[in-house]
Design a protein around this ligand. Sequence first.
Ligand SMILES: Nc1ncnc2c1ncn2[C@@H]1O[C@H](COP(=O)(O)OP(=O)(O)OP(=O)(O)O)[C@@H](O)[C@H]1O
Ligand SMILES: [Mg+2]
Length: 230
Amino acid sequence: MKEGFFITLEGFEGSGKTTLAKIIYKTLLKNGLNTVLAKEPGGTVIGDKIRKILLERGNEGLGYKAELLLFTASRAENVRINIKPSLEKGLIVICDRYFDSTTAYQGFGRGIDMSVIDYFNNFAVEDIIPNLTLFLDVDTEIGLKRATMFHKNLELRFEDEFIQKKEVNGKLFLERVRDGYYQIARQNPERIKIIDANRDISMLTEDIIEILNLKLSEKFKRDIILKLHN
Ligand SMILES: Nc1ncnc2c1ncn2[C@@H]1O[C@H](COP(=O)(O)OP(=O)(O)OP(=O)(O)O)[C@@H](O)[C@H]1O
Ligand SMILES: [Mg+2]
């Protein structure tokens, strides 16, 4: 039984997921709410090894099927070891990327059949579905500029596909991923909130706090008004 509250952050590279996951985490903790921060891929001993394989330069030859299975394996471990036990204890869990990333990148981006994607997503997470997903919607060019400007260590195996503007079936990979995210958001309007992530962090944070106040008050059946601590 899932007792806690599960928040995931999704979006394109450089949309601010990691930055905002940390801000939300600190804000919730400082407001007295027990919170755990998780990330994907990785977050467990085995998951971190898988993360290295997935992101390291030199592994560009990894096939799409193996890639999907590695993300799935990492997620299954993260759910089993971190996410599910924390939710069962009634904690708030924030995860930087989750199964929507697989749907967007491996499904819409790579073009793997959606029935296969859905099967492996369900296989990894079972009933651990986010209560709230914040989709940080950034223009691809702005996101890529941020990601490449700030990530000194460009370990990202995906980097070439974005920067070299690779096409899949006649459409840019990065556009396929972004359009994919919109479709996922349209299909899950209750769970997924779209946030305009082209604005500065303080404005994004304000919007997110407002959403959290509403959702957490509903969940915990008391008025929650989060204060931002710097
Ligand atoms: N709204 C914003 N305005 C300006 N800079 C931002 C904004 N959001 C994030 N940044 C900066 O852009 C860089 C990338 O942000 P971040 O790492 O949070 O993105 P991400 O979505 O986690 O990217 P990735 O998918 O590559 O992990 C960081 O250095 C961060 O400080
Ligand atoms: Mg990140």
